[in-house]
Design a protein. Structure first.
Length: 324
């Protein structure tokens, strides 16, 4: 259950678009902001904001987005044109790689804290780079080289990769090459494509094993995927569908096999709500009010899984404690 703790107002003069949040060991909140190469630290006790590091590489591309690496030692800036990885403590560049990817700028997906995987926009290949060195580990054909895909994503799911393209999901393992035939079963065998129906967004949600992928559809119902539905997909078990009751935006995993989602109202004027939902069946465990005019830009949970932070587009951070 979420218990509101406080609202942090970051600035009244220079609004920030926050791409990533992370709780630090000293209790402060680390922030990465759009079009800003600096790493900020917000002291929750003194309400003071300071610059703790500045990234030295070229991150001026307006499509650049920031994230923290899974091990907390690096920050990652990815864009339409490539990716750069920097040290958290000093901002020094570890390495950079230039290659146009689908989709920009979130094409690079971290796997097991050791690899960054993306799909090349120019050559139509999925490829993996070592997170610490930038060395290429493998590369396989994937996308249609003639017709650009409308939605492409690479998602880690346990030891597998799930590759999404134009309504199809293809399951790969390491260098396993996708095949053209379509499987009617789910999960698809290694290398087989499976049609899920038209979807417009892919939400990688960093949950515990198995890794979950959430698809949001606005198209007609096909194979159980209908308008405003969200489907939980993972490679090690069957496809799970949540109850249909609006459009969801998965935010972050919470303790006790639950997840926080933002449920948007179906019609103009409907209230938005934060839901704590069970990972396995989507059952609503608790409901919390949310300002309908605010979007959630980033989320973070502390190491002891006792506090939660949500950054909004109103230049605020909402803090919660987790109870029950």
């Amino acid at each position: 259950m979420l218990v509101p703790l406080r609202t942090i107002h970051l600035s009244n003069t220079r609004p920030r678009t926050i791409d990533a949040l992370s709780f630090r060991e000293d209790g402060s909140l680390a922030m990465l902001c759009r079009n800003d190469p600096r790493l900020y630290a917000f002291d929750l006790e003194s309400d003071s904001l300071r610059v703790s590091a500045e990234c030295a590489g070229d991150v001026s591309n307006p499509s650049s987005r920031w994230r923290f690496s899974g091990d907390g030692a690096s920050v990652i800036a990815s864009s339409l044109d490539g990716v750069a990885v920097f040290r958290v403590d000093s901002g020094a560049e570890r390495w950079s790689h230039r290659e146009r990817v689908w989709p920009a700028p979130l094409g690079y997906t971290e796997i097991n804290r050791t690899l960054l995987v993306a799909i090349s926009r120019s050559s139509g290949e999925a490829f993996a780079l070592d997170l610490h060195t930038g060395a290429e580990q493998w590369r396989v054909d994937f996308t249609d080289k003639i017709t650009p895909p409308t939605v492409v994503a690479v998602i880690a799911s346990g030891a597998d990769l799930l590759l999404f393209q134009r309504g199809f999901v293809t399951r790969c393992a390491d260098r396993a090459r996708p095949r053209a035939n379509i499987s009617k079963s789910f999960p698809p065998p290694i290398g087989d494509a499976h049609y899920l129906g038209h979807f417009t967004a892919v939400f990688p949600c960093s949950t515990s094993e198995p890794r979950r992928v959430f698809l949001h559809s606005t198209g007609p119902a096909t194979h159980g995927l209908g308008p405003l539905d969200i489907v939980s997909v993972h490679a090690l078990s069957q496809r799970l569908e949540w109850p249909r009751s609006g459009a969801y935006a998965p935010l972050i995993e919470l303790p006790n096999r639950s997840m926080l989602v933002l449920q948007r109202g179906r019609w103009p004027g409907d209230a938005n709500e934060l839901h704590v939902r069970a990972l396995d069946d989507g059952a609503v465990l608790s409901t919390h009010a949310w300002n309908a005019d605010q979007s959630v830009l980033a989320s973070a949970i502390d190491a002891r899984r006792q506090r939660l932070a949500l950054a909004t587009d109103a230049d605020t951070i909402e803090l919660y404690t987790l109870a029950g």
